[in-house]
Write a protein that binds this ligand. Sequence first.
Ligand code: ADP
Length: 307
Amino acid sequence: MTTAISIRNLKKSYDDTVALKGVDITIDDGEFFGLLGPNGAGKTTTINILTGLVKKNEGDAEIFGKDTVKDYRFTRSQVGISAQELTQDWFFPLERLLYFQAGYYGIPRPKAKERVDELFTRLGLEEKRQARLRQLSGGMKRRFQIAKALIHDPKILILDEPTAGVDVELRHELWQYFRELHKAGKTILLTTHYIEEAEMLCDKVAIIDKGSVIKVGTPKELTRQLGKAGITINVTGADTALDACLNNFTYTREDGRLHFTTQDPEEALPDIINALTRQGCHIQRVETTKSSLEDVFLSLTGKGINE
Ligand code: ADP
């Protein structure tokens, strides 16, 4: 497996603020990777070091095995970034801005035209080709950012909070597009403080807080290890003999309701149901609650991600 991004012991301080305390992250080629953490955790600093916008103090950051400082020409050519803030010229039409961007990467005009046309269509900005950035809605600006990031068809796409402040409909459209890009083989590094976004999209997630990565895993692994899930079953015909046959499980009983606590409801449920039916109980209703990355974050840090 090729490694797309490798970050080792990355440290960064801004004057008195320690932003990164020694971050390690490895992202495989083709992976959809989420950097999940609250505001101020160090997400933007990490990606800005990768793309050369911020200077690191210590540690290494490599893209496809090349150092992002020594081999910056190569590493920058491999990455497209959709930043949080637009730092573009506000006076040119969007189309011109995309051609400028293609120019920075030395893309010949016919190829650039192909890319510009494709991106305007795919991102639903066709009618805005001649518009200026300041005339766009917030959602359109986001889409334009993404078009800009993709103009040179980079192998790696970095999305810094791509759906912050975006309405629900556009968020879902963007998610769909990110999934398509991922399916087509792009490596995607997404920073977010929306738990749902990381859970829906990412193969792997690193949870970052106060400048340190505190846990890495697939959303499923993380929720199984650290989440708290439950099963509630309404039964009739439960008698005291039931306790003996459920002694492998952690549960409480309240009238006809049994509340089980388990890391993995999918795995526990068949065994619980078997035990109950063996005892002659009638199951009337089963409810499961799955844990989320929010629970994981809470159990790791003692606080919610958006607190
Ligand atoms: P995130 O993207 O997770 O919100 P950042 O990387 O932007 O986090 O910030 C990490 C920490 O570094 C925060 O405490 C932030 O205030 C500080 N920081 C970020 N950029 C600068 C800067 N240019 N100057 C001073 N402090 C900064």
